[in-house]
Design a protein around this ligand. Structure first.
Ligand code: NAD
Ligand code: UDP
Length: 338
């Protein structure tokens, strides 16, 4: 029988790409999503890509009854917990909603898992737990902090996972600290499609390329970086999805947890990304330099060695491939899940 995995937030950006990668690797997946940040058409599109019907539960990870029902109705071997709110700006405006969904969601899920005797969990953490990194590249042992309520929830969740593990050695949790996921599936059928004006760089540039926004505002050009603009570790979402498959495999085989960065180890500046995207879409994209965005570190990129050693993970897509896949997704807009 195939290993069965529950994906909370499986209709979202990273969850949907991981769903495809898991199906390709032979796992059976069940998606739980409340569609607060995903189109209702995503499951149909996932069916189209994988050629198999999607097992979907429309529900909330804060709903313990719903979780218990899933664990009773199906034999679940492991859970990948993507479901969370993820906008830094929104978290500053409404911190309690972030505490409830991100921290409350994890606690409710882990309680339901424990009650069902399921102890294998992959958790979506973030490079935001490094705050403003002191040294580059950033190893997992770097000091931890946060610059927003969103970042706080990710750090708190990591600590909750550590405490649950200390109290009960049955837990085997893969904590994955994502750097900057970008790009889209090669089919052009799934990708990142923010409903509002995007906060993140690549989706913002994509909307400029599509003519939906007039120009990019570059937040500061006086950082101590190669060209003065902020530097980040952009990782193709399909590489990230592959990292989840490796994490899950390791948890199930080793019965032990891990905590790793998922990044490429390579930092690119805002202007380098803009150049690469201009190449992908075939025209120079307009921009203006504006003030720094408060709380932004100058540079952040991963030390990817531990993920290589522990999981055998290595990102393979170039920056040009990340931009080309994003542009392909934007260009196939007519087929976007509604
Ligand atoms: P996303 O918003 O596209 O996906 C999250 C999904 O969870 C959405 O489909 C949403 O509808 C669902 N969801 C939200 N709250 C829910 C709830 N209470 N119950 C059920 N479903 C719920 O975001 P994403 O970019 O795919 O991020 C996935 C995870 O990765 C999140 O935990 C996020 O914090 C983390 N992460 C994302 C990034 C990034 O840049 N995208 C970086 C680091 C970490
Ligand atoms: N950035 C920018 N203009 C934008 C959005 C982002 O100049 O409209 C910069 C931002 O200052 C940072 C980089 O792009 O240096 C990546 O920002 P993003 O929000 O995508 O990721 P994060 O800062 O969360 O790592």
């Amino acid at each position: 029988m195939a290993t069965r995995v529950l994906l909370t937030g499986g209709a979202g950006y990273i969850g949907s790409h991981t769903y495809v990668a898991l199906c390709e690797a032979g796992y059976e997946c069940i998606v739980l999503d409340n569609f607060s940040n995903a189109a209702h058409g995503v499951p149909d599109v996932l069916e189209k890509i994988t050629g198999a019907p999607v097992q979907l539960v429309e529900g909330d990870v804060l709903d313990r009854g719903c979780l218990d029902h899933i664990f009773h109705a199906h034999h679940i071997d492991a859970v990948i917990h993507f479901a969370a709110l993820k906008s830094v700006g929104e978290s500053i405006a409404n911190p309690l909603a972030y505490m409830q969904c991100n921290i409350g969601g994890l606690v409710t899920l882990m309680q339901a898992m424990k009650a069902a005797g399921v102890y294998h969990l992959v958790f979506s953490s973030s490079a935001s737990v490094y705050g403003n990194p002191e040294a580059l590249p950033v190893p997992e042992t770097a000091p931890l902090s946060y610059a927003s309520p969103y970042g706080y929830t990710k750090l708190a969740c990591e600590q909750i996972i550590a405490q649950a593990g200390a109290a009960d050695p049955k837990w085997a949790v893969g904590v994955l600290r994502y750097f900057n996921p970008v790009g889209a599936h090669p089919s052009g059928l799934i990708g990142e499609d923010p409903k509002d004006v995007p906060n993140n760089l690549m989706p913002y540039i994509a909307k400029v390329a599509a003519g939906e926004l007039p120009q990019l505002s570059v937040f500061g050009n006086d950082y101590p970086t190669q060209d003065g603009t902020g530097v980040r570790d952009y990782i193709h979402v399909c590489d990230l999805a592959a990292g989840h498959v490796l994490s899950l495999k390791s948890l199930l085989e080793e019965n032990a947890g891990h905590l790793v960065n998922l990044g490429t180890g390579q930092g690119y500046s805002v202007l380098e990304l803009l150049d690469a995207y201009s190449k992908a879409c075939g025209r120079d994209l307009p921009y203006q330099i504006v003030e720094r965005r408060p709380g932004d570190p100058a540079a952040s990129f991963a030390d990817p060695q531990r993920a290589r050693d522990v999981l055998g993970f290595q990102a393979s897509h170039s920056l040009d491939e990340m931009c080309a896949s994003s542009w392909h997704w934007i260009n196939t807009g007519a087929q976007k899940p509604g």
